[in-house]
Design a protein around this ligand. Sequence first.
Ligand code: UD1
Ligand code: MG
Length: 462
Amino acid sequence: MAAGKGTRMKSKLPKVLHLLAGRALLQHVVDIAAELSARQVIVITGHGATEVEAALTGRKGHIAGCFELDFVRQEPQLGTGHAVQQVVPVLRDDGVVVILSGDVPMIRADTLQQLIAACGGNKLALLTIDFADPTGYGRIVRRGDTVQAIVEQKDASAEQRAINEFYSGMMALPARQLKQWLARLDRNNAQGEYYLTDIVKFAVADGVAVVAQKISDALQVAGINSPLQLAELERACQKRTALQLMEQGVRLADPARLDVRGSLQCGQDVSIDVNCVFEGQVTLAEGVRIGANCVISNASIGAGAVIHAFSHIEGGASDPKDLVEVGAGALVGPYARLRPGAKLADEVHVGNFVEVKNSSLARGAKANHLAYLGDATVGERVNFGAGSITANYDGANKHRTVIEADVHIGSNCVLIAPLTVGAGGTVGGGSTLSKDTPSGALTVARARQVSIPNWKRPSKTK
Ligand code: UD1
Ligand code: MG
């Protein structure tokens, strides 16, 4: 169910498209369905339907191997029962249906497996939980031990409001039964809505067993209605990730100051200092050290490499050539910026205020201070001096710079591409090169130094 408006988010973006750990809330729920090996996933959209459908269809190919993804629209939105009624035409008669909410993203697949087991193909299984204060939720009304009904807050008597056990919004039941019961819903209640929860009464009347599967982990049923709840759930979600990483042996300076907005794979003996953000797919090989305040997206960092504080590594996600690669034993930062397509081989050094874009640096190459390497192929052991840059853009097109092995580029040079600096060559500091240079030579391209003896400085006229 993803048709609701999410008024309290006070946002133009439909609520279910807000991000938790870098993924839309609804994407979390759909991914959980994938984990359950669901045969069919039907997303009920309404508010912002076009946007919501577009956000997920982008992923359709990604998950198409697991299940069929369908969308149905609910317009207008007349309650949860009305929402599920829209599904009837596309829902098959056999099998078990699991109903989930697009704004309850932390539910775990193993919990839902237990719920499906409790349904057993012929019962109505409700996921429930106890809260000291369940205000606003539908209460589980029992006679003896057996569940009789779910009564919504606004319809509940004082006695029913005192019940601590409530319905989480998730249930599992046979599709055939669901279809029959949906046809019997009405709007005779305090909110004038079609309540999905009314089907519990029909199950009881039809002699179908109703089981309440009670859990104790409140996080799994936490829904999001406001920016505050979203931020709180983000922290809870990040803590879960941090604990998983630490269980694998990753050393986090502070598990409360880590943000993983995608997937982070770590080898043995990885350490991560405070306030680092990881986005997209990031791999850190054995012994990698990440300094404080780094932002790292779509990158693979080789064994023993060190990323010093305040470095920004921003690989692209759409094409593997845009991934950033940092080789084993490389040193990056502090304050380095590696942009899409930066490929650093083993033992490369990229120091402070150095920007690298769509460039490869071969083993042992160094650019330690204040430099720009864009669209460059840099050979082994090259030393690229402080303040030097490749001028890769002529205002219309980008061109390549090739710096062959063992070249030494002095400080403050401008290499105007396209250009090749021949192997073993040296370029004098302050040179502006616009032509290829021969191997092994010293090339200097700047005004020759002259000194004028006894030079009189101009003096001030009145
Ligand atoms: C519902 C349950 C309540 C339960 C609570 C748990 C009903 C009648 N009540 O409450 O027993 O304790 O969830 O959170 O089911 N939605 C639609 N179309 C609609 C209305 C809602 O798609 O017309 C979607 C919402 O986007 C949301 C989900 O259904 O994802 C739940 O709706 P919400 O309004 O939050 O649930 P309640 O009615 O408050
Ligand atoms: Mg409601």
